[in-house]
Design a protein around this ligand. Structure first.
Ligand SMILES: [Zn+2]
Ligand SMILES: [Zn+2]
Length: 87
């Protein structure tokens, strides 16, 4: 079984290492990118479809981080935890 530490609250959010490249503000975790596929939002911008195109869902959980100061957003590929303790 694979677990995303961010989704499961195993790592602090926002992640301290995620700093906005423009204003150095700690970026905010907007959640899994997959969350944008919720059925109640049928109209997906093509950019979002492009964003998830290269996602290896077997390996990473992709989160969208957003800078609360300047609005810059960025994907973060969070490595999944694996191991017998999660089975
Ligand atoms: Zn996650
Ligand atoms: Zn910023």
């Amino acid at each position: 079984m694979r677990l995303c530490p961010l989704c499961n609250g195993l790592e602090p959010s926002p992640t301290p290492s995620m700093l906005c490249p423009f204003c150095k503000t700690v970026m905010k975790d907007e959640g899994m990118l997959e969350g944008f596929y919720e059925p109640y939002s049928p109209y997906l911008p093509y950019e979002i479809l492009d964003l998830v195109d290269d996602v290896d869902s077997e390996r990473d959980c992709v989160h969208l981080f957003c800078c609360p100061h300047c609005g810059y957003d960025q994907r973060y590929h969070c490595p999944l935890l694996t191991g017998p303790e999660f089975t």
